[in-house]
Design a protein around this ligand. Sequence first.
Ligand code: DQA
Length: 155
Amino acid sequence: MATAVLVLHGVNLNLLGTREPAVYGRTSLTAVDRVIKEHARRRGVRVECRQSNHEGQLVDWLQGARAEGFAGVVFNPGAFTHYSIALRDAVAAIDVPVVEVHLSNVHAREEFRSRSVIAAVARGQISGFGPQSYLLGLDALLSLRTTATRARAGR
Ligand code: DQA
C-alpha cells in the first residue's frame, strides 16, 4: 500500500490567490493542491489535502491522522501558528510526524509572526518558498522515513 500523507491548510488559506497577493502570490489553493498532488504522485505517495478555518476541525484531523492511515502531516496552520496552544498540544500528542510549512518567510515579516508555538513540537519548519514549501515539507517527511528504514537495516 502506498504511503499516505495528510496536507492540512489552516485559517484563511482558502483565500489563496486573492488574499494579499504581494505576500502569498496569485495561485489559488486548488492550484496549490494540484501541484502538491502531482509532486506526491511522482514520489509514489498518496496525498490528501484539507483546509479549515476552524481550530477544532484541525485538531480532529490531527488526532485522527494515525487511525486514517497517514504516515505524516504537512501542516500550514496559518495565523494559528502564532498562538494556538490547542494545535500545539495536538501535534505533541500524536505519534505521526508533522512538518510545519509556510508560504511566506515568517521570520522576515512582522515580529509576531516569527514566533511559532507549533515549531517546538513539529519535526521541523519550512518557511518562505511559496507553494514549493509544501513540496519541500513532503520531501522532508519522506526523508524521515528513508532515514528510519536505513537505520533499522543498519545502512
Ligand atoms: C502563513 C504565515 C502566517 O503568519 C499567516 O497568518 C498565514 C499564512 C504562511 O503560509 O506564510 O495565514 O502561514
